[in-house]
Structure formats: structure tokens, C-alpha cells
Design a protein around this ligand. Structure first.
Ligand code: PBG
Length: 325
């Protein structure tokens, strides 16, 4: 096909024609909304690094989840900020922990909303690392048991899907075993299989008060330049029983989303992380970017790369746009 016989502009002339030949569609069905639960009552406190996102006490979180469900968003992912942190992150796997309480209350009030829980220790450890520290390093195998206990406690509280985000080796297998041993074989695992040591988590670490107190996460999260390694990571998690594999962050790693999608026949999720969200929000506040258009364009790009669904702080905002509200 060559100019002048082929004139691509012909098929871009009107919105109707563009709609007919559009290759990718973004729907509210594709969205998962991340939410932060905190202790207390009647708490709704805006997170300064993530405008439009809040710390919610469980009572308020339930109301927010019901609103989110009414907007047509199929799922939320819950994070918790405990009252107290300690060396071994015991708040993460306590049956009375903040996420356990939140899951229980949300599933009671809005049973059809899919509740996913983030399984990690970093929000619960005093040192802010994703595992147990032995001789100054995050110890893989000692952390596994605590992750399994965390996932199990979330599942017992009613989580539909648990999502390990710690990047310890072998955690998907251990979690699957722990769930199956308690007859929780219906609880799914969304593995943060390909999670990079990214600078884009900055605003989240303020939200979760989970910045590492020494060192960084590069000894367990992936090195940003690597993509072959991403395939090996995903392969392991698939073998260990992951139901969905995730790539995180999304925008700087669209090639990885696309590779992972090609290599595996499981659903692939992508996480548009806090830094991706906050930089677009900040630019919009300055009047430099149009918030609606960048939200839609960035999420459509992630879908075009191959994501089945997207975890995004824009979820309710975008659900409103897509519904013409
Ligand atoms: C927990 C976890 C993090 C995020 C999701 N789960 C933080 C981290 O790894 O430092 C980041 C999410 C975001 O930035 O939106 N390990």
C-alpha cells in the first residue's frame, strides 16, 4: 500500500470511522482500585503524595468500596498501615491485623466486589524491608513462612485473591501449599511476578510509610534493564501455581508487559504505580497536562501492550469518564 492509493488519513476523518477501526478498548471492567486501610474510626485522610487517594479507616473503607462497586469497578486491592511496626512485621499476619479486618468488613458489605490483598511485610516491618533481616540482609527462606501466614490470614478473612509483592524466591509455591492445606483452593494468586526496583514507588512509600530504613530493595526487586530475567521470574511463578502474573510498574515497562503476554497463556496484569499516577496528577495541577486525556491514554497504552487488566489509582476517575459522568 502506497500513497496516493493508500491515504491513512481517510480512516481517521471522523469519530465514527475512528471508532469502527479502533484496535484497543479500555473498559471499567479492566480496572482494579488500590486502597489503604488504617486503624481508627471515621478516618478519611488525603495522602499528600497521591492527591485524590486517602487513608481509610475500615468503616469508611467499606463505604468507599460500595461506591467503587456501584461505579462498575470489579475489584480493589487492599494495603494496610498497622498501628505498630516491628522487626518481623507481625501486623501482616495477625488475624486481627488491619487488612484482615478490612477484608472481612468489605466482603460482608459488598460481597460481589473482588477483594485482592497485597501480601508483603514492608508496611509492617520497623526497618521497612519486605522480609526478615538476618545479619543485615533480607533472608529469603525465613521470610517465606511469614508470607504464607500473611496470605493465609487474608484468605481466611475472605480475600478472593492474594497478591504477593515481596519478590522472595519460592513464595508463590509456599503460599499455594498453605492455602490448599486449609481447603482454600479457590483463593487465587495474583503474583507480582515481574516487579522492578523502581523509583516510581516513591509516593506509595510515603502513603504506606514503608521506605526502607537502610539500604534499598535492589537485592530482591528486579534490575530495571532486564527483560529476559522477567521471563524467568514469570516462568517460576507460573510453575509454582500463579493464576495471574503481574508486571510492575507499567509505563516504563510496556515492552515487558508485551513479552510476558506473548510467552505465557495466563492473564497478565499491569500496575500503574503511585509515581506514574502522581506525576500525571501533579502536571495536571500545574495545567501542563489534561488529566482526563492522559489517564485514558496511559491506560489504553498499557492495554495495547497486552495487559488483561490494570491496577490504577485513576480507577474511579476513569470509570466516571468512561461512563460519560
Ligand atoms: C509492597 C508494595 C509496594 C508497592 C506495591 N506493593 C512498594 C514497594 O515495593 O516499595 C508499590 C505500589 C505503588 O507505588 O503504587 N512491597
Amino acid at each position: 500500500m502506497q500513497f496516493p492509493e493508500y491515504r491513512p488519513r481517510r480512516m481517521r476523518r471522523t469519530e465514527g470511522i475512528r471508532r469502527l477501526i479502533r484496535e484497543t478498548s479500555l473498559a471499567t471492567d479492566d480496572l482494579v482500585y488500590p486502597l489503604f486501610a488504617v486503624p481508627g474510626k471515621r478516618v478519611k485522610k488525603e495522602i499528600s503524595s497521591m492527591p485524590g487517594n486517602y487513608h481509610w479507616s475500615v468503616d469508611m473503607l467499606v463505604e468507599e468500596c460500595s461506591r467503587v462497586f456501584d461505579l462498575g469497578i470489579p475489584a480493589v486491592i487492599l494495603f494496610g498501615i498497622p498501628e505498630k511496626k516491628d522487626e518481623v512485621g507481625s501486623g501482616a499476619y495477625s488475624p486481627k491485623g488491619i487488612v484482615q479486618k478490612a477484608v472481612n468488613a468489605v466482603k460482608k458489605a459488598v460481597p460481589e466486589l473482588v477483594v485482592i490483598t497485597d501480601v508483603c511485610l514492608c508496611e509492617y516491618t520497623s526497618h521497612g524491608h519486605c522480609g526478615v533481616i538476618v545479619e543485615g540482609r533480607v533472608h529469603n527462606d525465613e521470610t517465606l513462612e511469614l508470607l504464607a501466614a500473611t496470605a493465609l490470614s487474608h484468605a481466611v478473612a475472605g480475600a478472593d485473591i492474594v497478591a504477593p509483592s515481596d519478590m522472595m524466591d519460592g513464595r508463590v509455591g509456599i503460599i499455594r501449599e498453605a492455602l490448599d492445606a486449609e481447603d482454600l483452593e479457590e483463593v487465587g494468586i495474583l503474583s507480582y511476578a515481574v516487579k522492578y526496583a523502581s523509583a516510581f514507588y516513591g509516593p506509595f512509600r510515603e502513603a504506606a510509610d514503608s521506605a526502607p530504613q537502610f539500604g534499598d530493595r535492589r537485592g530482591y526487586q528486579m534490575d530495571p534493564p532486564n527483560v529476559e530475567e522477567a521471563i524467568r521470574e514469570a516462568q517460576l511463578d507460573v510453575q509454582e501455581g500463579a493464576d495471574i502474573i503481574m508486571v510492575k510498574p507499567a509505563m516504563p515497562y510496556l515492552d515487558v508487559v508485551s513479552r510476558v503476554k506473548e510467552e505465557f497463556d495466563l492473564p497478565v496484569a499491569a500496575y500503574q504505580v503511585s509515581g506514574e499516577y502522581s506525576m500525571m496528577r501533579a502536571a495536571a495541577e500545574k495545567g501542563w497536562l489534561d488529566p482526563q486525556n492522559v489517564a485514558i491514554e496511559s491506560l489504553t497504552g498499557i492495554k495495547r501492550a497486552g495487559a488483561s487488566f490494570i491496577l490504577t489509582y485513576f480507577a474511579p476517575f476513569v470509570a466516571d469518564i468512561l461512563a460519560g459522568r
